[in-house]
Write a protein that binds this ligand. Structure first.
Ligand code: C2O
Ligand code: CU
Length: 422
């Protein structure tokens, strides 16, 4: 497991630099990538809920960069968005990120400059905030799901700004893998906690996990009040799913990408022997993180319509490929300014031919169900082509917060805006 950060050992350096990674199977050529501290994915950062993360970021790649702590409801000045919350960290420069982690859960960090290129090249890693009373499991594994555009000789395709890709589904890799942070063998009967993170730039991953029986206990880091059955998992880019499950197979737990032809195994954990000590017990919910109750009756109503892209129905007046409400990109003025603590009901309308995974910085929001009940409390929501979803958000974190499509090729070409909380 990764070294634990704590008050006592607060200072950790995070160095963005060129690295070599074995992405294709062993025996195939390695790939030149970017990473943190010598590897992609970067180190798993772990701390306890309420602790302070103190990271000195050093930039040793030949582009400006910055680090965003995805899903963390932290201080605006630490959010890592160049041009909105900080300046670009130029090659050779450094920036210290220091913030308290208010919520326990599964988060991640990634570059937020030219993210469609820098994340594709490997600048990301997991950020795990532990509960003070963690659930009783035998293993706690982080599983990063990614895809890459690679040649047979392991060379990463370089056309990050390919307009055809950006106008469609973004940069979709030809090679996918689940990166599991363990070599430890597991046993039949063991109870696992799996923390799935979709770190791909653009692909929404459907995923099946074989050899286990269990429940989804959290989405985007936030515990579900009642754990749900694991069925038809789909993770939009940046989304996370926490699962607690018991191993039922005597061979392996597999992470499977269902395809039309043959299911594609993206990764597996081998099982050896049987755990006879674990007594079967129901899977309890994780302890809740604090959340402000939304005031639905007094909520202000906003509509955010996703527009543009290939095969778009409307004659677009957008200045770039994609946009919201007729506007492309991050403008001087926010999409909306909220009084601190105000509840907003936002209709996210997908008027395009592609799905979009919409992410709001610095906050989580409720997905509103068809019956007007509050659904999951997330930071990224997937809206399929032609569909819409209402979300309910209490804007209680002051600052300037980006809202964008996490299909990063769409973000690159206009599908972003920002909100201000006064
Ligand atoms: Cu995962 Cu704007 O970020
Ligand atoms: Cu999109």
């Amino acid at each position: 497991m990764a070294p634990r950060l704590s008050w006592a050992a607060t200072s950790q350096d995070l160095i963005a630099e060129p690295v070599t990674a074995q992405i294709l199977p062993e025996g195939s050529p390695a790939t030149d990538m970017w990473g943190y501290n010598g590897s992609t994915p970067g180190p798993e950062l772990r701390l306890s809920q309420g602790e302070v993360l103190d990271v000195r970021f050093l930039n040793k790649i030949n582009q400006g960069s910055a680090v965003h702590w995805h899903g963390v409801r932290s201080d605006n000045a630490m959010d890592g968005v160049p041009g909105l919350t900080q300046g670009l960290v130029q090659t050779g420069d450094q920036f210290t990120y220091r913030f308290r982690a208010p919520d326990a859960g599964t988060f991640w960090y990634h570059s937020h400059n030219r993210s469609w290129e820098q994340v594709a090249k490997g600048l990301y890693g997991p950020l795990i905030v532990e509960e003070s009373n963690p659930p009783d499991v035998d293993h706690d594994f982080t599983v990063l799901i990614d895809d890459w555009s690679l040649s047979e000789t392991g060379v990463l395709a370089g056309d990050f700004d390919n307009m055809h890709d950006q106008a469609h589904s973004g940069r979709l890799g030809n090679f996918a893998r689940a990166i599991i942070n363990t070599e430890t063998p597991v046993s039949t009967g063991d109870r696992l906690r799996l923390r799935l993170i979709n770190v791909a730039t653009d692909r929404a991953f459907p995923i099946e996990i074989t050899g286990i029986k269990g429940k989804v206990v959290a989405l985007d880091g936030m515990p579900l009040a009642a754990p749900q059955d694991v069925s038809e998992l789909v993770l939009a880019p940046a989304q996370r799913v926490d699962i607690i499950a018991d191993i039922t197979s005597s061979q392996h737990v597999q992470f499977v990408f269902p395809t039309r032809d043959e299911p594609y195994v993206m990764g597996e954990i081998t099982t050896v022997g049987t755990n006879k000590d674990r007594v079967a017990s129901p899977i309890p919910p994780l302890p809740a993180n604090s959340m402000a109750q939304p005031d639905l009756d007094n909520a202000i109503s906003l509509t955010l319509t996703m527009e543009g892209g290939a095969m778009s129905s409307q004659r677009s007046s957008l200045s770039d490929i994609w946009g919201f409400n007729g506007q492309s990109g991050q403008n001087d003025r926010p999409f909306h300014s909220f009084e601190r603590g105000q509840t907003a009901r936002i209709s996210l309308v997908n008027d395009t031919r592609f799905p979009h995974g919409i992410h709001l910085h610095g906050h989580h929001f409720f997905e509103l169900q068809a019956d007007e009940e509050l659904g999951a409390f997330r930071d990224t929501t997937l809206i399929n082509a032609g569909e819409s979803r209402d979300i309910l958000c209490v804007f209680d974190n002051p600052g300037k917060w980006l809202l964008h499509c996490h299909m990063l090729g769409h973000q690159a070409t206009g599908m972003k805006t920002w909100m201000e909380v006064l």
